[in-house]
Design a binder for this molecule. Structure first.
Ligand SMILES: *[C@@H]1O[C@H](CO)[C@@H](O)[C@H](O)[C@H]1NC(C)=O
Ligand SMILES: *[C@@H]1O[C@H](CO)[C@@H](O)[C@H](O)[C@H]1NC(C)=O
Length: 297
């Protein structure tokens, strides 16, 4: 974890978030076996101890309809006002240039396909035959788009892992890395507005919210200045996670996540420009599936 990133994380949120992000950054979420989220997160007891910074909307910049260009804390003009510019030996303009992002990131968020709801634990909740067909269709669609994919990241839950493995078979480049991540597991990101009565207790938002916000900060940000070419990154995860990411990325109130619906196997495409501008290209696109393959229940 770089010094700057550590700083911006501490500046950008509570100590809780910094901690969650340290866990994410130390490859803690890579290459792990699927397991229940409660187990992994109980290793971070402070998560339950502190009040998350975002539960009262404090992470939602109160910009009165303005766009906060430094939403990901990677705006070079905001950074160069800090202490970093002290060194007299370097030409400040070239330093600024080297720290400027140049590439555009395209993030394709895929909702896992249909799975067996009667499974009693995550491992048993595997894809149904229709779910596997949906994943094939999503894989074919991603291949047909003809983009040069850089990485395929997936939630470590069984249904997302299975969907990702089926998709990866369709990508023309067999070397696209498959990365499993615990931060992307399904959960309750924040109490929805308007509220739903049957929904989860506060404690769940408290814990899942910290993790899903950490996932957002880890994956949804403008390109690193070192990135030379535009990237296309596939993330296979879950409906709540994707809806929360979309609200946060567009600087919409995150409490609104439950107002959107996403089909199984659908594609949600976010584009993040080097300037920090964000565009939602598609939300839950499943138009490439024949109607009889769409799941509605
Ligand atoms: C779904 O899971 C349940 C419980 O594991 C199992 O009994 C059932 O056969 C499964 N159904 C399908 C379609 O796989
Ligand atoms: C997707 O499938 C899951 C079960 O696998 C189901 O609960 C959900 O409602 C489906 N989504 C849609 C939009 O049909």
């Amino acid at each position: 974890m770089s010094y700057r990133r550590a700083l911006t994380l501490v500046a950008g949120g509570s100590a809780v978030l910094a901690l969650a992000a340290v866990a994410a950054d130390s490859r803690w979420c890579f290459g792990q076996q699927p397991r229940e989220a409660a187990g992994c997160w109980s290793r971070v007891p402070v998560l339950q101890a502190a009040q998350p910074a975002w539960t009262h909307g404090s992470h939602t910049p109160s910009t009165n309809g303005q766009w906060d260009f430094n939403w990901d804390k990677r705006d070079p003009s905001a950074l160069s006002n800090g202490k970093k510019k002290e060194s007299a030996t370097e030409d400040p303009s070239s330093e600024q240039d080297n720290s400027k992002p140049k590439a555009t990131r395209n993030i394709l968020l895929i909702r896992h396909s249909q799975y067996n709801l009667s499974g009693s634990c995550d491992k048993e909740r595997i894809l149904t035959p229709l779910g596997r067909e949906q994943a094939e269709l999503t894989g074919q669609r991603l291949a047909a788009l003809g983009l040069k994919y850089d990485v395929l990241i997936h939630s470590s839950m069984a249904r997302a892992t299975e969907t990702a493995h089926i998709i990866s078979k369709h990508l023309s480049d067999p070397d696209v890395a498959l990365v499993s991540c615990d931060l992307l597991r399904e959960g309750a990101p924040i109490e929805p507005v308007p509220p739903v009565t049957h929904w989860k207790p506060d404690a769940v938002y408290h814990e899942d919210g910290a993790r899903i916000e950490a996932a957002f900060r880890r994956y949804i940000h403008r390109a690193d200045p070192k990135q030379k070419e535009d990237s296309y990154e596939i993330i296979v995860c879950h409906a709540n996670v994707i809806r929360y990411f979309v609200c946060r990325a567009l600087q919409f109130p995150p409490e609104g996540w439950l107002r959107m619906g996403l089909n199984n196997g659908s594609i949600t495409w976010l584009t993040i420009r080097p300037s920090g501008r964000v565009a939602l290209r598609t939300l839950g696109d499943a138009g490439f599936m024949p109607p009889e393959k769409l799941t509605r229940t």
